[in-house]
Each structure stands twice: as structure tokens, then as C-alpha cells.
Design a protein. Structure first.
Lengths: 162, 948
């Protein structure tokens, strides 16, 4: 598939903020800038003190966390939408709209970072599926109509395999 | 195609594909692969344009991208480079800026008054009488050069792309190709950019062996994985090797701007053949040696029948061979190396006719070929900080030194046989790849999300390349006669002499005074000749005169490419589709598409005042604040006190920037022990989030506060009007009794069966109102439930305009509307909120000073004495009977409730007392009077309705 853009069905999402020395931070782990699938939840350490939990198990996993110390959770299920861009030209599609370096060494599978894409602030997760390049874009849901249009326009160049 | 040569090796034409086109309405044909110029010349059309100022006949000079004499109109597209643009079937090509025709152009009458149109004449003329300037302007506009822009032309499709190659190579000649191949073979990702339609550079119009070598290099580059962009130009090099590339060959778009962050930039732009300055040097039929070689070898065009060749180098000699091969008779070779010179040329109406030599001989010809030397296009290196140095022995400028991540190769830095150029290119490519690898290692090591680096940082490769020779070349810039120096701008060497005599004797001054070098070729053909002529005029050396500073763009780029795709983010609440489906007129408020009204905003106001209305206020900024230090943060950000806000309490606050100017306002609620919800203005949400993070991350990192934006996560609906309590009461388990849930309180509970909802007892309209925040996934359903369940209560939606009317009736100001970038907090008149007895808050010192000085304007409410007149927002308020401005109207509307016009205004303090009469200047020039109110609120100043 050259490049496909799909707006994912609503799914639970939780933002966890926790200082390094908290139990919650230790439990969540992960290196800053990386993501890992744990059962039915994608755990993303998007900023040094912030994790995003994404998936059907997100709320349960958040509820299990010990929030003692300087830690907090916010349910962002309704605040953020998720778009997945997949295909051999997924990176080329995003490179039309985003200044990030999508080279394999700079953003390998599992990389997570924040960037502007076509003027929309996004959290980006490289989340390959079945060996195919794939990116999850988390963004403020109010942009969804605009953002889908822009991404589909960009992907149009790669509508056929080449 | 009377001037078309028989097919031969090396041509780029596909003679099986004939392309019909028109030239000034006449039907012609060319071949696939032709440029517009080659097709025109093949059909015997040698005059392609008229010059800008004197409307002199012009024909091809260089027959490549830089040709200044072949700019044409194609359909509705002006200023097309005919010597570069490929011919397409059906093209309608015409000469531009001529009247009535190219062959008979009345504007050429300018030549009759040429002595009054010297360089810089426009700085000295048309000054008096001043009253005639509009007439002058009108006439001058008719003489403006360039093609015609059709304002109805649809906006074309342009595009943009980011790239992060290890190496960008600017120039696809032999050295550039060799560099690209070597860099790619060393493991670098390489992007090669060539502004012509194919790579190979001068090899393409060289010998059979040259062309074979070009093909081998191109194939090797592709095999090595080099990304080759043809018909593309590196237009600028910026800080940290940010390289702008204009790509005109990408499928489906007119032009694409590539923003490449190159770890190493290789500049291999070659050399550009320099024209010679002499009387008659712009006659059609006067060409550079490269031009005739390209026309003959690549395009199968016979450029003339009888030629004089003025040659100082091997390019001229090769042109002689090519001309002979094409059947052009060589009338005379003028050998510059033996001291022979041409003096001038004269022409017929169509082209050059005779050349005068310095030995007095007059040679009849229809083609004059010059081969007088080369210009080094060092622009990209100059943009990196290099300043070129003149070498009199080689008669050209050379780069003197660029940063380590910018390398030059090829003809730009010296001369050599093909193998020498290839070897230098190869060593440059390897060096570039090695240096890029170091940069890549550092980037990867410094980027958390990147793969772990493999091993220690590689050693930084030193520059150990063997320099290229510099072959001697005679200094040939100008004959004993004067001629054109800048063809695009119609600037002659005589103009430059005159300008120098007037005191414009530095190269930077003379450039600006005469506009020499400022045309579409951006000095590629003109700069060195300008410098040389100025040096002659001053009696200086070329080295002492130096060059102008080259800045981006290297070559002109279209505004469309700079704009790229027009991506302007817009936001919508989950209810917006409902609004539009139910007759709402959308309005763009900041980034938000919102319902302005549903047909009759005045009726929406009246329904709100009499029954109940609901409005979608989702864009209201919402920030979730958690942590033990939130009260400290609020106390720092807001001007009033926050340390004692109880759980369930809501407080209004104003935020100031550090200069005391009002930054934002809003209400914040305390939801739990360490949990708060802040609201901001709709347009201020992102700014305030950033403002808070700035304080937390840089000024108060020890404070424990987590901030999470929830603007979109919570759909916000304001329920306003006398029946608001009754309506909400039907959907919620929250006790809405006035004692249990009084004004300026917040409660959490269930609404329409949805958990996790928040209800605020606040309002912007002055009515009893509740603002509910519900999880956005349920926003639309709850909106529809409110309308369905409140039908008997008279519930109707209202839009932004009705809300703005009601807030004005109530006297609530809007940050950015009733305040501006100079309005410090005391302007609002809310002095009781400006607590100087706190330890500190952002902007406090400035606000304290402002309060003490009492010299700031004041926000007041006022009502025109004639209530039927609504002054325009921003209308000036004047001291009575004078033109002295003492204020302005900031908001104004016709009030449906009061049935009269109402306003907010900023006025000087002396005009702020209740009862003061103000004089307002309307846009139509009338002056009306208005009277200052006692309160900001025009309606219900005691707030009985909202507290009811």
C-alpha cells in the first residue's frame, strides 16, 4: 500500500504526568521518546515527565498506578483524536507537511515525539504494522476535519504503489 | 522548420513527435524536446522579445536558463523563460510588453528620448508639478515591463516537501555528478539538483565522447541511489545548511519548494559564459559560444548562415567546429589571444548585419559569436559567508572560503581536463560524506527518539583535496565602444560611467542606482561586467571594486512555490455540523469555525432575555491544573487573590503580561483539593498554556503543577435565560437550587445520564446561566437533549453575534477587542481586582506604576444621544469641536433589549466621568455626541438577573 490515511475509532486515552522519583514513573518506565505495546495498551513516553496510554486498557492501567508523590492523570479520551498513516510512502506523505527527519535511524519503529504537522500540534508515534511503515498521529480533536483533508491531499500523490 | 538541421547524435529531440504551437497567433510546429526558443529559431524567428526600456529587438543570447532576451508570455502565464521552458503541444506563445506587435513596437519610441532615460532618471523626473503625479503614474504604469497577469487565472497547484539528505549537490555537471556518486557510494543519502532538464552540464553539447561520459555518470548516479532533481534550482542557502530548492519538474504541480536540511552542501554550479560589452552587443544574432553549441548539438537549430567568431578560449574554438558542422559559413575568426578585437556591430531590422574590427575591417555576417570568458556563480557560497576574490590571471572571481559544511567543486574553483574535474568531484563527494557522517552521528546521539549510535563519533575529515589549476585567460569585458551590460534592465556601460561620474562609485551603490544585476538572472551574466566597467570608469582594479553581496534567491522563484499548499488549520466543535445543518451562518473566530447566528441575532437575544437560549462555547480555553502549588501559580498569573478559593468556588481573574498589558481573562474553578479547571478566552487558550509552561519550566520549576489542555475534550454549552434553571434541572442530578448552587460556584455530576460533567454558575450574557462542560463524545447528544427537553420552555440556540450583543449590554469587555496591545490592566477600570497587597504577580510593577501615574485611558460605557445611530467600532472620539483624538469606540451594537445603540469605548481619563459628553467622528465624516454611563453595564447593572 502506497500511503493510506485512516481516522481511528475512538479509544480510551490517558495522560500521565509523573516526576522521575515517583512510583508511577518507575512502573511506567520506558525511555523518553519511545513507545511500547503492553497487552492492549500502547504506552508512549512522549515527554520526559509525561506518558500517554492509548488503547482499550488505558483507563484500567492508569487506575492501577500509584499516584503518590508528584503524579497525576487526566482522561484525554475525548480531547485527542488519532489518525494512522500507513504504507511504503507513509513517511513521504508526512514529509510534505512536517519538518521532522523520518529517516530510519532518526525515527525508528517505536520512536515518539512531538511535532507540528501542517500547523497542527501532534504527538507522533512510529508504530509499524506487519513490517509496514506506520505512524500514529495524536492531536486535538477539533482539528480533525481540517487535518484529515490535508493528510489525504498529501497522500494523494502516493495513491498508487510505485 | 526552415532552420532545423538534420537529425544528429546528441540532440534531445524526439522527431517522431511534432508539437503544434502558436507564436503571436501564427501557427508553428516544433518537436518534443524543443525549448520554446529552439522551436522559434528552428522556424526562423530570431527576434523573441523587446528590451525593457528602449524596446530594442532581442534574440537568444545564451539559449539556456539564464537567457535575458527570451522572456515570453505563454497563455495566461507571464515572464516565461523561453530558452528553458519545454515546448508543449498547443502552447500559445506571444511576445510581451510590445504594442502593437513585436516587429513594429511603438514603445520603441523611447529610444528617441533615450538621453533623458538614463539610469536613475526616475529619481530625478516627474517631481513637479506634484499635482500631475497621478497622471505620470498612470502613463508610467503602461510602460511597466513584463507580461500580463490575468487576475481570473485559477490558483495553480503548488506543493512543499521537507528533506534531510546527508549531502545536497547543487549542480549536475561532471564534477557535481562525480561528487554525488562518490558521496552516495560512501554511504550518504544524496540529493542532486540540476536547474536544466538533464544532468551532464557542458558535456551535453560537447563531443560524442563527452555525451557518452555524461550518460555513464547519470546512470552511475542513479545506481548509487542519488535522488536526482532536474529542472530544479537551489535558490538559497541559509543558516545551518537549510537549503531551499525550487523544483519545477515534479508531476502534478507547477512548482514545489523543498526545504532541505543538508548535513553537507556541495556547490558545483560550474561557470557561466560572460557576454562581451560593445556597441550592438544586444542585436539578435549576437550570441555566446555556448548558445550556438547548445542550439546546434542539442536542438538541431542552425543559428545563422554566416558567422564571425570572437574567441579567447577553447569554447569559441569548439563553437567554430560546431558551426562548420552545421553548415554555417565562418566569415572571420577574431582571435582574442593574438590581440584582435571587435569594436562594434550594426544590424538590420531583424538581426546583426556587420561587425567592425579594431583593424578597421567590416565583416558582413548574420551571426556574431563571442567566447570571452567565464563568470563563477558563487552566490550559494556567498550566502554561506564566502566572499569571492578576483584572479586577474584567470579573469574571473573565485571562492575564498566557506564554512566546513559547504564545499565547492568543478569549474567554480578551477580548470582542468574532464578527468581532473571528475577526480576533484569524487574527492569532494567523499569529503562531504565523511563530514555528513559526523553531523549525523552527533544528531543521532543528541536525539532521544533516534536509534542508539553505533560506536564513537567518527573523526572529522580534513580537506586534503588536490586543488584544480587555474588556467590563464585574457581579461575581456568591454570593447572600446559602449554596449549593454544588463540586458534585462537595459543598462549600458555608458549608464554605468554616468552613474560613477555622479558619485555612485561603489558597486553596491551603482547596482541600486542603475538596477544593473537586479534582473531575472540575478547578476549571473551582468555582475562581473558591471564590476569591470565600474573599475574602468574609476581607474581602479576589478579586485579593488569587488562584487555585490549575493543574497537569496539564486534564481527567481514563484510566489506560488513560496506559498505552497495553503494549509490554514481550522477547528470545529463536535456540534458545528449540527449548527450548519440547522441554518447557522459560520464565522471564523480565530481558528474556530463557529455559528455566528441562525438568521436573526436580535431575536436570539430577545429569546434569551425572555425564555432560554443555548450556545456552543466549546472554543473557550480549558486547562486542567493539578498539584499542590496550583494556588501559587494562580496568584502569580492573575492580578487578584487565589490562595483561599474553596472547593466548589469559582473566581474571575485578569492576567497581565510582564509589561502590565492585559493578556487574557477568564474564570477558574476549584474542583478538588489539588485540582482546578481554568478557562481562558477562546483565542487565548494556546497562548496561556504556553505562558503557564514558561513560568513552570523556567521561572518556578520547583512548583508542582501539572497542566493539561482540555479545550476540545470538554464540549461547553452555555444555558442562559430566565428558564435556564428549569431546563438544566430536567437533565441533571446536580442540585440547582440558588442556595445550594449560587452564582460563581461549580458542581460536578451527571447530565443527560453522562458522568463526569461539570456545571458552572457563571455567564457572559447577564442572564441566569449555567455553563456545562461535558465529555465531547457526548456533546452533540446533550445539545440535542437540551433542545428537545426544553421546547416548552422556549429554548432556542443562539450564536456568537447574539452573545456579543448581550455581553455588551451587560458591559463585559473582550480582551483584544476592548483592550489592545497597549492596554494595561488599569484601563479596564476593574481596580478592585488589581491587588497590590500581594507579594507579586506577573505585570505587577508596571500596573502599580500605571495606577500611580493615572495617565492611562479608561474603558467606559457610553450611549449615543441619538439612539438610532451605531458608531463604527474603532471610530475616533474627539475633543469637542477639535480634531484632537481623545479615545475610540471599542465595541458597538444596536441593543435589541434597550432598543437603542450602546457602546464601550476607551477614552482619556478626563473624559471618563459619568455624564461626560463625547464627540464621535463617524466614518462618513459626521460627528455625533454620546454620554458616558455610570456603569459598564447598560442593562441590569446590579446583576439581579444573573444571581436570580
Amino acid at each position: 500500500m502506497a500511503s493510506s490515511v485512516s481516522h481511528l475509532d475512538p479509544m480510551p486515552k490517558v495522560s500521565i504526568r509523573a516526576a522521575d522519583d515517583t512510583v508511577a514513573a518507575q512502573a511506567l518506565g520506558l525511555a523518553f521518546g519511545s513507545a511500547e505495546q503492553r497487552d492492549d495498551t500502547l504506552v508512549v513516553r512522549i515527554r520526559p515527565d509525561e506518558w500517554i496510554l492509548l488503547g482499550t486498557g488505558a483507563l484500567a492501567l492508569a487506575a492501577e498506578l500509584d499516584l503518590s508523590g508528584y503524579a497525576s492523570t487526566v482522561d484525554i479520551t475525548h480531547a485527542r483524536h488519532v489518525i494512522r498513516v500507513t504504507g511504503t510512502h507513509a513517511a513521504d506523505t508526512l514529509a510534505k507537511l512536517c519538518s521532522a527527519d523520518f529517516d530510519e535511524a532518526m525515527t525508528p519503529n517505536g520512536a515518539a515525539w512531538g511535532n507540528s504537522i501542517a500547523g497542527v500540534t501532534c504527538d507522533i508515534v512510529r508504530d509499524d504494522h506487519g513490517g509496514e511503515r506506520s505512524y500514529l498521529l495524536l492531536f486535538d480533536g477539533s482539528f480533525v476535519a481540517y487535518f484529515l483533508g490535508v493528510l489525504e491531499d498529501a497522500a494523494g500523490e502516493f495513491s498508487s504503489d510505485s | 522548420m526552415s532552420h532545423r538541421l538534420p537529425a544528429s547524435e546528441g540532440e534531445v529531440l524526439d522527431r517522431t513527435k511534432t508539437l503544434p504551437f502558436t507564436w503571436n497567433g501564427k501557427k508553428l510546429e516544433g518537436f518534443e524536446g524543443d525549448t520554446i526558443t529552439s522551436a522559434l529559431m528552428a522556424n526562423g524567428h530570431h527576434i523573441i522579445s523587446r528590451s525593457m526600456k528602449y524596446h530594442r529587438r532581442r534574440g537568444a543570447l545564451t539559449a539556456d536558463y539564464w537567457d535575458p532576451n527570451t522572456t515570453v508570455q505563454v497563455g495566461d502565464e507571464p515572464n516565461v523563460r523561453a530558452s528553458h521552458r519545454k515546448l508543449e503541444a498547443g502552447m500559445q506563445v506571444s511576445a510581451q510588453n510590445v504594442w502593437p506587435s513585436l516587429t513594429f513596437d511603438i514603445k520603441a519610441a523611447n529610444r528617441l528620448v533615450g538621453r533623458f532615460l538614463t539610469a536613475g532618471f526616475y529619481y530625478k523626473t516627474f517631481m513637479k508639478p506634484a499635482a500631475l503625479w497621478p497622471t505620470y503614474e498612470h502613463v508610467l504604469a503602461r510602460f511597466a515591463p513584463g507580461g500580463e497577469v490575468d487576475l481570473d487565472t485559477p490558483h495553480g497547484r503548488y506543493d512543499k516537501r521537507f528533506a534531510h539528505p546527508d549531502v545536497v549537490v547543487a549542480g549536475g555537471g561532471p564534477a557535481g555528478l562525480s561528487a554525488a556518486i562518490a558521496a552516495a557510494e560512501a554511504g550518504a543519502s544524496v540529493m542532486l539538483v540540476e536547474h536544466e532538464h538533464r544532468v551532464g552540464g557542458h558535456l551535453l553539447w560537447g563531443t560524442e565522447q563527452d555525451r557518452a561520459r555524461a550518460a555513464e555518470l547519470a546512470a552511475a548516479a542513479r545506481t548509487a541511489g542519488v535522488e536526482i532533481l532536474t529542472n530544479a534550482t537551489v535558490t538559497g542557502r541559509y543558516e545551518d545548511n537549510w537549503v531551499a530548492i525550487s523544483e519545477r519538474s515534479h508531476p502534478g504541480v507547477i512548482e514545489r519548494l523543498i526545504k532541505a536540511r543538508a548535513k553537507t552542501l556541495i556547490v558545483a554550479a560550474g561557470t557561466i559564459e560572460r557576454p562581451y560589452v560593445f556597441e550592438g552587443n544586444d542585436l539578435p544574432g549576437v550570441m555566446t559560444s555556448g548558445a550556438v553549441r547548445r542550439l546546434i548539438t542539442m536542438y538541431g537549430v542552425k543559428p545563422g548562415t554566416q558567422a564571425v567568431v570572437f574567441s579567447a578560449n577553447e569554447s569559441g574554438d569548439a563553437a567554430i567546429d560546431d558551426l562548420r558542422r552545421a553548415g554555417v559559413s565562418i566569415a572571420r575568426v577574431v582571435d582574442a589571444l593574438t590581440g584582435e578585437r571587435i569594436v562594434s556591430a550594426t544590424g538590420s531590422k531583424s538581426r546583426v548585419k556587420e561587425v567592425l574590427l579594431d583593424d578597421g575591417a567590416k565583416i558582413t555576417c548574420d551571426l556574431l559569436v563571442t567566447a570571452v570568458g567565464w563568470t563563477t556563480p558563487t552566490s550559494l557560497l556567498n550566502m554561506a559567508g564566502d566572499r569571492p576574490v578576483y584572479d586577474a590571471n584567470a579573469a574571473r572571481f573565485f571562492p575564498a572560503g566557506a564554512p566546513d559544511n559547504v564545499l565547492a567543486t568543478g569549474g567554480m574553483i578551477g580548470d582542468g581536463a574532464l578527468d581532473d574535474l571528475l577526480e576533484h568531484g569524487r574527492s569532494t563527494g567523499e569529503l562531504a560524506a565523511g563530514r555528513a557522517a559526523v553531523v549525523r552521528h552527533r544528531l543521532q546521539a543528541a536525539t532521544a527518539r533516534a536509534e542508539a549510535v553505533n560506536g564513537p563519533e567518527p573523526a572529522y575529515p580534513p580537506d586534503e583535496r588536490v586543488p584544480l589549476d587555474r588556467w590563464p585567460h585574457p581579461e575581456l569585458f568591454r570593447a572600446v565602444t559602449h554596449g549593454i551590460v544588463d540586458y534585462s534592465e537595459d543598462v549600458s556601460s555608458k549608464d554605468l560611467y554616468s552613474a560613477a561620474a555622479e558619485g555612485f562609485d561603489s558597486v553596491e551603490l551603482i547596482k541600486r542606482f542603475t538596477t544593473a544585476t537586479m534582473g531575472p538572472s540575478q547578476g549571473k551574466l551582468e555582475t562581473v561586467n558591471t564590476v569591470a566597467v565600474l573599475a574602468q570608469a574609476k581607474g581602479d582594479s576589478i579586485a579593488d571594486v569587488g562584487t555585490t553581496v549575493w543574497r537569496p534567491p539564486y534564481a527567481p522563484i514563484s510566489l506560488g512555490a513560496l506559498a505552497g499548499r495553503i494549509n490554514e488549520p481550522t477547528r470545529r466543535s463536535v456540534i458545528q455540523p449540527w449548527h450548519e445543518a440547522n441554518g447557522a451562518t459560520p464565522i471564523l473566530a480565530g481558528q474556530w469555525v463557529r455559528p455566528d447566528h441562525y438568521g436573526d441575532p436580535a431575536a436570539e437575544v430577545r429569546n434569551c432575555r425572555e425564555n432560554v437560549g443555548i450556545i456552543d462555547v466549546t472554543p473557550l480555553g480549558k486547562l486542567d491544573l493539578q498539584g499542590p502549588d496550583v494556588p501559587k501559580l494562580l496568584s502569580l498569573l492573575y492580578t487578584n487573590k487565589w490562595m483561599q478559593l474553596p472547593i466548589g468556588g469559582v473566581r474571575y481573574g485578569i492576567m497581565c503580561a510582564e509589561d502590565g498589558v492585559v493578556l487574557d481573562d477568564g474564570v477558574t474553578a476549584r474542583l478538588g483539593e489539588e485540582h482546578y479547571l481554568m478557562t481562558t478566552t477562546s483565542s487565548g487558550a494556546a497562548r496561556i498554556w504556553s505562558w503557564i509552561e514558561m513560568w513552570l519550566q523556567t521561572e518556578r520549576p520547583e512548583w508542582r503543577v501539572h497542566v493539561t489542555p482540555l479545550t476540545t475534550g470538554l464540549t461547553s454549552i452555555n444555558i442562559a435565560g430566565p428558564n435556564a434553571r428549569a431546563l438544566l434541572g430536567r437533565l441533571t442530578d446536580i442540585d440547582l437550587d440558588n442556595d445550594a448552587f449560587p452564582y460563581m460556584q461549580v458542581r460536578q455530576g451527571t447530565i443527560a445520564g453522562v458522568d463526569g460533567c461539570i456545571a458552572w454558575r457563571i455567564g457572559f450574557t447577564g442572564e441566569l446561566s449555567y455553563e456545562i462542560h461535558v465529555p465531547s463524545g457526548h456533546g452533540l447528544a446533550i445539545w440535542e437533549r437540551l433542545l428537545a427537553d426544553g421546547d416548552d420552555l422556549g429554548v432556542k440556540p443562539f450564536g456568537l453575534e447574539a452573545q456579543r450583543i448581550m455581553r455588551l449590554e451587560k458591559g463585559h469587555f473582550i480582551v483584544g477587542q476592548d483592550t489592545d496591545g497597549l492596554s494595561k490592566a488599569p484601563v479596564t477600570g476593574l481596580d478592585s481586582l488589581l491587588r497590590l497587597d500581594k507579594d507579586d504577580w506577573a505585570g505587577m510593577p508596571e500596573v502599580r506604576w500605571s495606577l500611580e501615574s493615572r495617565d492611562h485611558p479608561v474603558l467606559v460605557a457610553c450611549q449615543p444621544d441619538d439612539g438610532t445611530v451605531v458608531p463604527e467600532e474603532a471610530a475616533q472620539i474627539l475633543r469637542s469641536g477639535t480634531n484632537e483624538i481623545v479615545g475610540r469606540i471599542t465595541s458597538s451594537r444596536m441593543s435589541p433589549t434597550l432598543e437603542r445603540s450602546i457602546c464601550l469605548a476607551q477614552v482619556d481619563r478626563a473624559f471618563a466621568d459619568a455624564g461626560t459628553s463625547l464627540e464621535i467622528l463617524l466614518v462618513d465624516g459626521r460627528r455625533i455626541t454620546a454620554t458616558v454611563n455610570e456603569h459598564h453595564a447598560h442593562f441590569d447593572p446590579e446583576g439581579e438577573r444573573l444571581r436570580g
